[in-house]
Each structure stands twice: as structure tokens, then as C-alpha cells.
Design a protein around this ligand. Sequence first.
Ligand code: AMP
Length: 465
Amino acid sequence: MGYQHDNCSKQVKKAGVAERLNASACKADAWGFDSLRRRNSRKDVTMQLYSTLSRTVESLETLSPDRVSLFVCGPTVYDFSHIGHARTYVVFDVLAKYLRWTGKEVFYLQNITDVDDKIINRAKEEGVSQSYLARKFETEYLRDMHALGIDAVSYYARATTHMPEIIAQIERLFARGVAYVTETGVYFNLDTFDHNGELSRQDTANRISRVSCSTKHNPEDFALWKLGEFGEYTWDSPWGRGRPGWHIEDTAISEKYFGQQYDMHGGGLDLIFPHHEAEIAQMESLEGKHPMVKYWVHTGFLTVNGEKMSKSLGNFITIRDALKTWNKDVLRYFILLSHYRSPLQATNEGLVNAQRGFEHIRAVAKKDAGVNTVGRKAFIDAMESDLNTPAALAAVQGLAASGDLEALKEFGEILGINFLRKTSAPISILQDIRGELRARKQFELADMIRERMVSAGITITDPPL
Ligand code: AMP
């Protein structure tokens, strides 16, 4: 069996200090047995989850009954993250937290892509080193994740600190006869792989690798190693100096911590092809273990006017800008109001409605009136049903109306949303001062206070002037 949970703990311990970005979360996950886990060993329930591989909703059966190995593709760190990224990472944060709540031990691994064309080009444009740029935006990414309450990741693993594993994996693929060298690099020969295209179910004509290169044997083949000098981020290898292709870091990292088979792999819809197809080809060609992963979980896009929010289209709002107006509870509430597989339109109106809905829950959830069994069951049923967070939030509204404050606190921790109002004298004094400033048309100061309050997690709803 490919699952190596103990191995992942050992590997994390061996990793360098700089890379222990979230080692405390990892420790708490693997050995901490937090209170939620003790209280909720729900062996009677089996989560239903859609897998892109089978195109069906399946009962979750992991390789080891009480453990889940989850790998989610992390960011390419060359710029600030936007709220499209937030959508994907909030969803996996909630999935991991929910699975932990049900009593499972979840090892949630995320890679950091810190060697890539975009990093090399941006570093050149800005006149800084590649490592400076990558470290800077890795830190900013983690800062944004923290601000959004995303803290379920057990371990973040950088591509650049896994170069021995990457090179060793390519050597093994070579020894298997599935890779070849040309003057531009080392390529994977897709003719050798029988399961090619199973995940994306596209015909061959659509499955052409995005890297066009005249020295490839077949246009579908993809690069494992690119030969050349790429400045600071260039390494020696048995084939010459160069750097890894796009896909190999993920399988080198996931094999190191989980082995060749593990439970779940996640990311946005755009990664199915070619990225996830390539990962499957690489990993399954090592020793023929199939499937590499049974549950492929893909999030739908956050869109703007029907188009994916992305850096290249220039239609993005950074997470930190969004957090100047909406606090993290409202942003998470907005994201979770849609099912994770559906597209989600980013509109001001949608966010205003989310804020209203969220405020309403906070306003009615005042007096504790005891357990609402029906509401609790509705929440759990929704979460078990392919992570149906819109239905779970409807259940939360019922729990708020009936005054089941304990459930609101407990389920709020899973969703990463604080449904229970915190009122304090300093906050209402600040709000009164803002009201006065607005009435006197001193908007600059009023806005400054507002921004500071929102970034401290305090929701502000201004009455009309
Ligand atoms: P990137 O750094 O662009 O590789 O993206 C990191 C993760 O965010 C990947 O899983 C992407 O699929 C996901 N992602 C990027 N843009 C969006 C979007 N507009 N909506 C949802 N997920 C996204």
C-alpha cells in the first residue's frame, strides 16, 4: 500500500527550519488529538464526495480507515494572491477541517511552486533575485491565508528544497524507459502510458502539451527537465544543467510524504489538464500502482463577467484589497454560499447579500436556547453530501433562529466563520465616532477607521447618510 502517514511525519521532522512554515499545525494534526476530534468520532457517517476521475459522487473510503492524505496544488509565488485563489483554498480548508471534525486524522500537504517561468520573468523585470521574489510572495501568500483563517494545512513544501527528490524521480522514470532526452530537455513519452487522458477525458487532439517544442517526439509529451541556464534557479543533473518541468515537483513531493498512492488530490478546475494528467502519468509509471489517487477534487472558478478571475486577464481583486472592505467571515460566507464545484460570480451585489445574510445570523443568535437536533443533523447531512456548504449554511440559519449557540460555535469553527457576535464597549465607541465623522463629511478619517476595523475582523455596516 502506498500510504505512508508515519513517513510524512518523519519527513517533516527532517526538513529544514526555513521550510517548517506550518509545522505546529502539522504537529497538532498528527499527534494533538484536539477536542473536536475526541468529541466527534462519527464512524456511523460516510462522506460522499465527487471525484473527477469517476465523474460520480462516491462514498469516501480512504487507504487507511481513520486517516486522510490530502495534497492540494499550492500557488506559484510571483505576485499577490487574488480572491479566485481564496475560493479554492477556503474550500480545501473547510474540507480538511470537516474531515478532522468527523474524527479522521488528516495530513494536508501543499506545495509551493517557487521555480517557474513567471518567477524568472518577474524577477528580471523587477531587478531582484529569483529567490528574493519567491520568498517575498510566499510570505505574502501565507499572510493572506492567515488573514482568511486558512490554517488547516499540515505542511507546506517548496519545490526548490526538493530538488534531490525531483532529479531522483526523473532518473527512475528514465530507467523505466518512459522518458527521453533531446537537446532542449528530458521529456515524458506519453505513448508508454495506458491510462493517458482518463482524468480529463479529452480526445488526443485536445491533449497537446502547452509547451511547443520541435525536439519532442510527440506533441503530447511534456517536459520533466528543461536544459539551459536560468540564472540563480539552475541545478546540475545527470542530463545537464537546467530546472524541473511544471509537473514533476508535485509527484516528487507527494511521493516523499505519502508514497505512490494516497487518498485525495485537489486544485482548481484548470489544473485537470495538463497538470493533473501529467502527475498521474509520472507517478503511475514509477511502479505501475493505479490509481495514484482515487478522489480528485476540483473547485469551480471564481468568475468576473463569466470569465475566470486571473492575473493574465487583469480582472482580479487581491485578497488583501478585498479584506479592506469585507472581513474574512463575510468573504468565507460568500465563498461557501455556492457549492464548490459551481462557478461563483464575484459581484459587489453578491458580497453585499452575503454580508446581510451573515449579519442576520449574528443578529438573531443572541440567547442560548439549547440543542436543535434537527438543525445539527441538517448541517452534518449537508456536509456529508459532497460538501454541500450552501445547504450547511441554510442549516446554520435555522440553528441561529432556534438559538443553538453551541452548534453555531462548533460548526463555525469548521467553516472558519465566527457566527457569534462579539460586542464590546470600545467597538461601539469607535462606531459612534465614525458615525459622527461621516455626518460631518470627514470621510477620509472615517474610512481609515473602517479599514482598520475591518482588517481586525470587525464587520461594519454603514447606515445611509
Ligand atoms: P496558481 O497560483 O495560478 O497556480 O493557482 C493556485 C490555485 O488557485 C490553483 O488550484 C488554481 O486552480 C486556483 N485558482 C486560480 N484562479 C482561480 C479562480 N479564478 N477561481 C478558483 N480557483 C482559482
